[in-house]
Design a protein around this ligand. Structure first.
Ligand code: URA
Length: 262
């Protein structure tokens, strides 16, 4: 495992926030190899050192991070009376510990992380962290450069403030999309495909932003979050563990609030 800071170890094993860990340390109830320890920066090796809180040994378990290609028609919750849930697709041996990081709507597809690591997940979802999420979207209607500018400036979706600047990239629009227009039940024939990147997570945010621009979202898929792209090899309903490199990248992202370059 190698050496790590005591406060990081405690965040995971106690499932506490950074400030929660500070409090526990201040109380003087944390000990390392039988000796009381007050310093968050103390380096420990979880394979070698014995850490306890109020006499209770803290056992280090490797954290688990999965990416699921969420299919449409399932809810992002642990249980639901009417629909399948994302957990129904997870047959990982440590499934019972896992929870989804954020939410996608019932009909939204794409990248959803699941983890047992509460502190990092919490940090990623915190509004102050501005984690980037990119969606592929098909809308009924036509998008133009004016919409690109509106997204960049922020859109009034009826909240206290406008949305933060978002990047809209129009991929295909209009005449060459007759098949898609038929599928979207759009007799005018105006359908547009685009990618949009936002760095906040208001309720139904993407659908509301497009609705404000006069377009209805008919298909929505998250393709990237926190610097990690949905694995194209994963069919809808399939999951895989994140690689070590991806897990590290995600942690760096959560630490820096998405400000580092990937
Ligand atoms: N925005 C939405 O409107 N729905 C989602 O599922 C995600 C983002």
């Amino acid at each position: 495992m190698g050496a790590m800071r005591l406060d990081k170890f405690l965040e995971k094993t106690l499932q506490e926030s950074r400030s929660g860990v500070k409090k526990e340390l201040k109380k003087g109830i944390i000990s390392v190899n039988g000796e009381p320890e007050l310093h968050p920066e103390r380096k420990i090796d979880p394979d070698v050192d014995r850490v306890s809180a109020g006499g209770r040994p803290l056992i280090w378990e490797k954290s688990v991070w999965l990416m699921l290609h969420k299919p449409g028609g399932c809810v992002t919750a642990a249980e639901d009376a009417g629909h399948r849930t994302v957990m129904d697709y997870i047959d990982h041996p440590r499934r019972a510990e896992l929870f989804p990081v954020g939410r996608l709507d019932l009909d939204t597809e794409g990248l959803l992380f699941l983890t047992n690591e509460g502190a990092t997940a919490h940090r990623m979802l915190s509004p102050s962290h501005h984690v980037e999420k990119t969606y592929f979207v098909r809308v009924r209607g036509e998008l133009t450069d004016a919409d690109v500018r509106a997204f960049a400036e922020g859109i009034d979706i009826g909240e206290k403030k406008k949305t933060l600047p978002a990047e809209l990239r129009i991929l295909r629009s209009g005449a060459d999309m007759a098949d898609e227009a038929r599928d979207a039940d759009c007799p005018s024939g105006k359908v547009t495909e685009a990618e949009v990147t936002i760095c906040e997570g208001k309720f139904h945010q993407i659908k509301r932003m497009f609705a404000r621009q006069g377009c209805e979202v008919v298909y929505l898929k998250r393709i990237r979050m926190a610097g990690i792209t949905l694995d194209e090899k994963l069919a809808p309903g399939r999951w895989r563990e994140l690689t070590k490199e991806e897990t590290e990248r995600l942690h760096t992202y959560a630490e820096t609030g998405g400000s580092s370059d990937f």
